[in-house]
Design a protein around this ligand. Structure first.
Ligand SMILES: [Zn+2]
Length: 287
C-alpha cells in the first residue's frame, strides 16, 4: 500500500489542531472513503495514474479522507460537518472518537455548521434515529435547504443523498438556523458561497493574518484536481458549475496565499496552492 493511502487509513478518529488567529480550530478525521477512479469520471488514465502515484495514491484503490472541523471560541463549540455516521462499517464514523480526543462530548456542541447535506457530511448528525448532538443548533444555507426540499428536481445521483438531507432537516427542525453567504455566523467565522458541488454549498472563512477557508467539497482529491480542476467528482450536482468554482478558488488561493481546508483534503486537511511554471501544485499547510 502506498504511503499517503496508508497514512489516510490510519488517521480515523484523530484530532489535530490547525493554527489560525481568532478561534481555536481542529481537524477531526471521520475516516476514509475507499473508492476507485469511477468517482472521477473525467480523469485521463495515464496522466491521472502518474499524479496519484506521485502523491502516494493508486487510482484503482483510492483512500479519500472524510474530515470535519471543530471551532472553539470562549463560549461556543462548533462542528463544521458531522461525518458519515456508522452506516458503512468502521472505516468511517470515527468523528465521535476524534471529538473525544479533542476533549469534548457530543452534548457540549453548541452549533453545527453544515457545508452541504450529502451523507458524508450529514449522516453523522443522527444516531439511532435521534439527534447525535442533542444541544446543538443546525446552521444550513438557505439555498441548500431549498435544493433538498424540491426532491422532484433531483437527478438519480443526488436522490441517493436525499435521505440524509431529509433526516438532518427533520431531526433538527426545532433548532434550524438559516444562514446566508456574507454572514458572520459566529464571531470570526464568515459564510462564503461555493456553489457547484451542490447549489447551496458554502464554506467558512476564519482568521485574519493567515486565513483559512473551510472549503467543503470544492476538492475531492487534490493530487488530481489541483493540476486538473476540470476533472470533476461523480456527485457534483452541477458538473460545469463545480468545475468553474474549483478553477476560480484555486486561482484565488494561488494568488492570495489563502489556505484551503477541506472535507476530503488528506487529513489533517489543509493545503496551500502554489503557482509555478508547470501550473498549480500544493503543499500541506497547518495541522
Ligand atoms: Zn463530501
Amino acid at each position: 500500500m502506498r504511503e499517503t493511502t496508508r497514512r489516510i487509513r490510519a488517521s480515523g478518529g484523530q484530532a489535530q489542531p490547525i493554527p489560525v488567529d481568532g478561534v481555536e480550530l481542529f481537524a477531526l478525521c471521520d475516516g476514509y472513503l475507499n473508492v476507485d477512479m469511477s468517482r472521477f469520471p473525467d480523469v485521463v488514465r495515464g496522466i491521472g495514474d502518474a499524479l496519484a502515484a506521485a502523491d502516494g495514491q493508486d487510482l484503482d484503490d483510492l483512500a479519500i479522507s472524510v474530515n470535519a472541523f471543530l471551532i472553539r471560541t470562549p463560549d461556543r463549540l462548533c462542528l463544521v460537518d458531522a461525518g458519515d455516521g456508522k452506516r458503512r462499517g468502521d472505516q468511517l464514523g470515527q468523528l465521535p472518537l476524534a471529538l473525544q480526543r479533542a476533549g469534548h462530548k457530543p452534548e457540549e456542541v453548541t452549533d453545527l455548521l453544515l457545508t452541504h447535506l450529502h451523507g458524508d457530511h450529514a449522516a453523522g448528525l443522527a444516531k439511532d434515529g435521534a439527534p447525535a448532538f442533542p444541544n446543538a443548533k443546525l446552521h444550513v444555507a438557505a439555498e441548500e435547504i431549498a435544493f433538498w426540499r424540491a426532491p422532484e428536481k433531483l437527478d438519480e445521483l443526488q436522490s441517493v443523498q436525499l435521505p440524509f438531507a431529509e433526516a438532518a432537516l427533520r431531526l433538527y427542525a426545532d433548532r434550524l438556523v438559516v444562514i446566508r453567504p456574507g454572514e458572520e455566523v459566529l464571531p470570526g467565522v464568515t459564510v462564503r458561497a461555493l456553489p457547484g458541488h451542490t447549489p447551496g454549498q458554502v464554506g467558512f472563512l476564519l482568521g485574519q493574518r493567515d486565513p483559512v477557508l473551510l472549503s467543503a467539497d470544492v476538492l475531492h482529491l487534490p493530487a488530481l484536481q489541483v493540476q486538473h480542476p476540470e476533472w470533476g467528482f461523480l456527485f457534483d450536482a452541477d458538473r460545469a458549475g463545480a468545475r468553474a468554482m474549483r478553477q476560480q478558488l484555486l486561482a484565488e488561493a494561488a494568488e492570495s496565499g489563502l489556505r484551503l481546508a477541506g472535507a476530503h483534503i488528506p487529513f489533517p486537511g489543509v493545503i496551500r496552492i502554489l503557482a509555478g511554471a508547470g501550473g498549480l501544485s500544493f503543499e500541506t499547510a497547518g495541522g
